[in-house]
Design a protein around this ligand. Sequence first.
Ligand code: ATP
Ligand code: BUA
Length: 356
Amino acid sequence: MYKILTINPGSTSTKVALFEDNNMIASENLEHKAEQLKKYDDLIDQTEFRKKAVINFINKNGIEINDLHAIAARGGILPPLKSGTYRVNNEMVHYLKYDAEVEHASNLAAIIGFEMAKNNIPVFITDPVSVDEFIDEARISGNANLERYSHLHALNMKMVARRAADEIGKNYYDSNFIIVHLGGGISIGAQKKGRIIDVNNANDEGPFSPERSGELPMGDVAKIAFSGKYTYKELKKRYVGNGGLVAYLGTNDLRKAFEKSKKDERAKLVIEAMAYQISKEIGAMATVLKGEIDAIVITGGLANSERFVSMIKERISKLGLIMVYPGSYEMEALCQGALRVLNNFEKPLTWNKEVK
Ligand SMILES: Nc1ncnc2c1ncn2[C@@H]1O[C@H](COP(=O)(O)OP(=O)(O)OP(=O)(O)O)[C@@H](O)[C@H]1O
Ligand SMILES: CCCC(=O)O
């Protein structure tokens, strides 16, 4: 039996869990108060503080680091790379600490795990945010200087795709899915025989989400960018973090948005528009798969709302079988990624800066 610790840092908390093989024996969302975090100028400076919280969690559950067989950490924003489970090494930790181009809380996970493990046990990451399995035509943006790139909720998306394949009795690598992750951010991908060959970049493209603007009219964004009203950081925050439902309705919580819509026609319209944009992106991915779709797999926090899912179903039901996995299975996905390697079902991938 393998004992595995999973670590998944978010902007204001670090999710942790302990597993014995596939069984989660303890889990906690370690919340970090704003006044604790504001002491640190840069995200990377939070490493020690979060690491202590993670060690405290395992100790509280009667476990020492040396009792673990592996640590499974959320993969950060590395340069584009193929999906799978990677063994964390010095080079990856160095990149995440000093060279990462995009600041994202998940960048801390491998660093924390590696420092805890001190080379005594393996540390793995699985299906990081920057998994890139695009076909060539998906990279072309329409502007010769700009390439489209793949930033998505790969970990949860691939996990639910594996479940869906099991449920329909098909091999994961023989199945085609449209995978729809509906969280604070939204990723809608076309997965062909195990590879996500196209997806809206969850920060910049596709439908608006509870916190993000999604794709916007480009000319108007350029005007706003040069209006002198905003710094680059402020502008980014307007579109990623304070966009979408937050911008229209002042909340990122769909439940509150529905509550508001009881008396507010505008709120009703905005929710309907989010379902409309999501459905439109699903339609686009159906064309990427040339209509050969085993199932449309819907997941993420918004999928907890039957009402919202039925607004989408109404528009997409003619496209094929719809399967719904509400919530997010990131901790299970991290554990299973590590187990596939520990049980020799998969070889761990080796990371260096040039790996693709
Ligand atoms: N029971 C529910 N009914 C309606 N909406 C819900 C329900 N549970 C969660 N949500 C909504 O799901 C959204 C959050 O989803 P989720 O928890 O997957 O996001 P996250 O983990 O913060 O972000 P991301 O998935 O982008 O990493 C919020 O808008 C929240 O209001
Ligand atoms: C960019 C996709 C992943 C995330 O939003 O956390």
